[in-house]
Every structure is written in structure tokens, then in C-alpha cells.
Design a protein around this ligand. Structure first.
Ligand SMILES: [Zn+2]
Length: 65
């Protein structure tokens, strides 16, 4: 995905622990249920359609918080 770009690294990430961190950062976003746009995790409204119908985009990486 955009893992490398997120960290500004060009090399492929092979370290599972690091990859996990990167994934958690990427997945820590909010997705608009209306238009599907990605918003910052702190966003309360969609930056595209201004809908408040956002859901956190979080896959279950781990149970721990
Ligand atoms: Zn939207």
C-alpha cells in the first residue's frame, strides 16, 4: 500500500514489527460513509462532502489498545 510513502522510505519494509506500526498509522483514519473519502483521524467532518458520517478505518491488527 502506501506504507513506504507514509514513512518517506523507499525501501520495502520487511520488519514485521515496523510494518505493524506503519499499518496502524495508515489505518488510523476515518472513512466517509457517504463519499468514501479518507479523512484525518481527528476529523469530525468529511473534507470532501462535509458529511459527519465518518467511520474509523481500523482493521483488527491487535486486540490491545
Ligand atoms: Zn464524504
Amino acid at each position: 500500500m502506501l506504507a513506504q510513502h507514509a514513512l518517506g522510505v523507499r525501501m520495502p519494509i520487511t520488519d514485521p514489527a515496523l510494518l505493524k506500526i506503519v499499518e496502524s498509522r495508515i489505518l488510523n483514519k476515518k472513512v466517509c460513509r457517504r463519499c468514501g473519502a479518507l479523512n484525518p483521524p481527528e476529523a469530525e467532518k468529511c473534507r470532501r462532502c462535509r458529511s459527519r458520517n465518518l467511520r474509523p478505518k481500523r482493521k483488527r491488527i491487535g486486540v490491545k489498545k
